[in-house]
Design a protein around this ligand. Structure first.
Ligand code: ADP
Ligand code: ADP
Ligand code: MG
Length: 653
């Protein structure tokens, strides 16, 4: 086994590789860009090397810098993760030329499968069924259009260099062919620098079922069964599972045999995936599946396979790359139970899955697996980390395993509803809706399911009165910390909160909401809301609300949905008013905790003058403009809403 390896990646996959390496006693070297200086993978690794600026072209795609980092730190091998350089044969050549080991297949295997057209020609020769279509060299539009007609509409135009669902266009009618072709070519040129395409029959009721294969350097290859990745949006996977629902013994046998044949045809070494498209219009039939492409790397969704086969595929990768034989023979690899993986992304499902960015002010995953299930959270971020525009906006993969599909699906729903993420728009509610979708639950999946049900899957009910009341209460400052306390009954620090209702403003989307929070004689809170919402008594609440808050924001979690409220800063308004009146007033009742300026002192705009403690939080009152202090509150004074805290000397006009 290696003594030290370098991981040429970031995020969850870098962390996941480091974990297995550590368990095997292998030391790890991380690489990082400017944006990742404080990233989790850097913290987890034994050593870390800075390789450049944040854009991937200046860091994670710089093979030369990565190889230099491996040599400088004495790493013997490089694990590429997925994405980035993982399927780049020139990088493999560089690694090998430097005397290092690439933890993955040979450059020749990657080249053989790198382009979808050439891969299909190769597989055809090896006797593996391929998707009917045109995958030749010629690219004239007239020829491609006539091939499309021969194949029969609908067809799918695909970039031969494609990946990640890019450079693909479905065409339903000959009239649309030329425009779709231009679109696919443009996208392919921009994403892969190669605008050559292939044309395929668009398979009816398509299901994406792929087989995990593994080869070693002794010519042996096995499969680790299939995964179903049919739940897709824009040709990208959303929730994956293993095994495939309703898989038949005949189809499984045919697919896994074809997959192993494909791997052996290119003397494949390491982890790989053979992706098949299956026509499920008549159920799963052993003669209705075709090779689409091979991914010559570890796949994002590899954990579902690990869960149902009880293996660690990264351990297998390290062992095979270090020259060991495959850890198990085919007959020793068995299936047990059912597993799901949900990809949690920073994205706005309702706005066409637009990628989002932001700081994850609050990040909490379930602290234990739902009953009867086991769970893995694969993530590369912590609370406080930022989802930057530079990289894939994946936050985590939530993986669950249970005895059967229904139990695993129930566990997935529960785990999603216990996941709390705030600070960026995330897709947890969408994932939970998909997990609960009737067709998905029944295992009646195909790649069009999400598109057909998109509206229902992405709809979020507006917040109800209770939700708004919980947000208003939190915004008013009551019962804020610790967050696990029941805010409806935690009165500590609230003694000076007088009985008159406190006005709190909230903003939800485009709506301004005014709430009045008061304490009732029995010590519970009451939140009065304007129509159309009802006033809410703390006694009526079903459960303790789950909340996150940071200055200017309150988030209420309900199941997998998060409601995000903006809280306009009352101090900001005080500042504006102060500039006019020449004085600063207490924005809320509280205690003058600390006074940091004295009468007669000249202060500058923004300088902190005193600290007001109100509702368990400290608020700094800063000078609203340059001036000389005429009067300032005394330390320890209890003040009410609107009390003048600081008065400035009136300037001679
Ligand atoms: P999988 O087939 O393993 O599910 P995806 O196609 O979703 O993989 O892509 C895996 C990862 O690789 C994703 O993080 C994606 O952003 C990244 N990726 C996919 N294609 C490319 C590409 N052509 N260049 C760079 N990164 C890519
Ligand atoms: P990528 O390299 O982007 O992953 P794939 O060839 O694997 O490209 O295709 C991505 C997805 O597009 C598949 O998972 C499937 O949902 C859909 N797809 C691909 N080929 C076909 C086809 N011939 N018919 C119907 N759907 C297809
Ligand atoms: Mg694919």
């Amino acid at each position: 086994m290696f003594a030290k390896i370098l991981i040429a990646n970031r995020g969850e996959i870098a962390c996941r590789v480091i974990r297995t390496a550590r368990r095997l006693g292998v030391r790890t070297v991380a690489v990082y860009s400017d944006a990742d200086t404080k990233a989790l993978h850097v913290e987890m690794a034994d050593e870390a090397v800075h390789i450049g600026a944040s854009p991937v072209g200046e860091s994670y795609l710089r093979g030369d810098k990565i190889v230099a980092a491996a040599l400088a730190t004495g790493a013997e091998a490089i694990h590429p993760g997925y994405g980035f350089l993982s399927e780049n044969p020139d990088f493999v050549d560089q690694v090998v030329a430097a005397g290092l080991t690439f933890i993955g297949p040979s450059a020749a295997s990657i080249r053989a499968m790198g382009l979808k057209d050439a891969a299909k020609r190769l597989m055809e020769k090896a006797g593996v069924p391929v998707v009917p279509g045109y995958h030749g060299e010629a690219q004239e539009i007239v020829l491609l259009a006539s091939k499309a007609r021969e194949i029969g509409y609908p067809v799918l135009i695909k970039a031969r260099a494609g990946g990640g669902g890019k450079g693909m266009r479905r065409v339903d009618h000959p009239d649309d062919f030329s425009e779709a072709l231009s679109g696919a070519r443009r996208e392919a040129k921009a994403a892969f620098g190669d605008d050559r395409v292939l044309v395929e029959k668009y398979v009816d009721k398509p299901r994406h079922i792929e087989v995990q294969v593994f080869g070693d350097n002794f010519g042996d290859a096995v499969h680790l069964y299939e995964r179903d990745c049919s739940a897709q949006r824009r040709h990208q996977k959303v929730i994956e599972e293993a095994p495939a629902p309703d898989m038949t013994p005949a189809l499984r046998k045919a697919m896994t045999e074809a997959a192993v044949k494909a791997a052996k045809a290119i003397s494949y070494s390491g982890a790989g995936t053979i992706e098949f498209i299956v026509d499920a219009s008549q159920g799963l039939k052993a003669d209705r599946f075709w090779f689409m492409e091979m991914n010559t790397r570890l796949q994002v969704e590899h954990p579902v396979t690990e869960m149902v086969t009880g293996t660690d595929l990264v351990e297998w990768q390290l062992r095979v790359a270090a020259g060991e034989k495959l850890p198990k023979t085919q007959s020793e690899i068995t299936l047990s139970g059912h597993a799901f993986e949900a990809r949690i992304y920073a994205e706005d499902a309702a706005k066409g899955f637009l990628p989002a960015t932001g700081t994850l002010h609050h990040l909490r995953f379930p602290d234990k697996a739902p009953e009867g299930a086991s769970m893995r959270i694969e993530t590369g971020v912590r609370a406080g980390d930022t989802i930057s525009p530079f990289y894939d906006p994946m936050i985590a993969k939530l993986v669950v395993h249970a005895k059967d599909r229904q139990a695993a699906l129930d566990a997935l729903g529960i785990a999603l509803s216990q996941t709390e993420i705030a600070g960026s728009t995330v897709n947890t509610a969408f994932l939970a809706a998909l997990a609960a979708d009737a067709d998905f639950s029944a295992g009646d999946v195909d790649t069009g399911l999400i598109g057909r049900h998109q509206e229902a899957l992405t709809a979020i009910a507006p917040p109800g009165g209770e939700t708004i009341a919980a947000a208003a209460l939190a915004a008013s400052g009551a019962g804020a910390s610790p967050p696990s306390d029941d805010p409806w009954s935690s009165l500590a620090g609230y003694a000076h909160f007088h009985a008159a209702p406190r006005r709190t403003r909230l903003r939800y989307g485009e709506d301004d909401i005014l709430a009045r929070v008061s304490v009732r004689p029995d010590g519970r809170f009451e939140v009065a809301l304007d129509a159309p919402y009802d006033s809410v008594n703390s006694h009526d609440l079903r459960a303790t609300p789950r909340l996150a808050r940071w200055p200017g924001h309150v988030i209420v979690f309900e199941g997998a949905v998060s409601y995000s409220f903006l809280v306009p800063d009352p101090l900001a308004r005080t500042d504006e008013a102060a500039a006019a009146s020449g004085s600063l007033r207490a924005p809320m009742p509280g205690l003058v905790k600390l006074v940091r300026a004295a009468k007669g002192e000249a202060v500058t705009k923004g300088q902190p003058l005193l600290i007001l403690e109100a509702m368990k939080m400290e608020h700094t009152i800063a000078a609203s403009h340059d001036g000389v202090i005429a009067e300032i509150a005394t330390e320890g004074a209890q003040v009410t809403d609107g009390t003048v805290l600081v008065r400035f000397v009136v300037e001679a006009a």
